[in-house]
Write a protein that binds this ligand. Sequence first.
Ligand SMILES: [Zn+2]
Length: 383
Amino acid sequence: MSQTEGQSTNPTSNGNVNNRNESNGVVYPSFASHRLRLNPSVDHKSDNYEDLQLDFSPLLFSSLERYLPPAFLNSSRDQKVNYMREILLRYFPEGERTRVQKHREYRQKIISNYQPLHRELYTMHAANFFVPSFLKAISENTEESYRNIMSEPSPGVLTFEMLQPRFCEMMLAEVENFERWVRETKFRIMRPNTMNKFGAVLDDFGLETMLEKLMEDFIRPISRVFFNDVGGSTLDSHHGFVVEYGMDRDVDLGFHVDDSEVTLNVCLGKQFSGGELFFRGVRCEKHVNTETQPEEIFDYSHAAGRAVLHRGRHRHGARATTSGQRINLLLWCRSSVFRELRKYQKDLSSWCAECQREKKERQRQAVAATKLELLKREGETAT
Ligand SMILES: [Zn+2]
């Protein structure tokens, strides 16, 4: 493509990686000059890397390949791998790579041993999973179509009917089946997060592909409309899990924010009382512990099949499930673009209620100071 010609000589493109190597006094061998192009060769057909034992995902190599300098596009697969690996290593520290590799092995071990109960859950069958009203809104994909099926009982908290009862039952049975397998084989599983001692990571036993599709085709379109200010249109990874509450499970969940840009929380059942979600306003990292304003207090009672969608930074918790058992499916959706840009953003956040209050207060003070200055001048000219 001609549009990419000359891009590689642009000093503002990807050249900064070279400078960085000299700044900390570390001398890199000559391949530190390896770099990618700003724009991909869209017509180029990438190699397949899936049969290689690599420390990065084979898909990453396939998608990165189109950004190689033109001279490299037709070189051998080994040469291309070495070139791209060298670039990736600069951005991905060894500790992190080891952790990812270990987790990949952990997942592989589960998936090759666990026998799923309902295989139909493992690929997206939208017509079988979702209620018709939800599917209709998604296919129209407009703010109006979403507003038609949603209520927003508190600003930034959307609730809507989403899952068919049959899907909920199958998913509950699948989770139970998985947990039975865990007990019988004494497999040591990782729990969904630091706060839940019960529950399971759905991505770890084969549901990753289905949940990725759920995020891409269903949650991202909605988030583009309602949560664009926190990267809603660029959601590109997820963490999917179930949490279990009840007498012999986790009882409640303390006040917290999620490690997500947008969180989907759907109740799968079963019979329970209590377990309400309580919301207390959206806050940035700096303001996470600031006071709640009266208008930010909102409590929500779960109903099976019904979804709640909110910003991850919306502070919330779960009250005690006082009887029965409650199981919820959670999908934490993240945007790497949003997270990267946040690092450089020093000013107030448009989505943080406390930042907005600070901003208004500064404006109020500025106006007051100007008024005072004007009065003073008037006073001076009068005398
Ligand atoms: Zn803030």
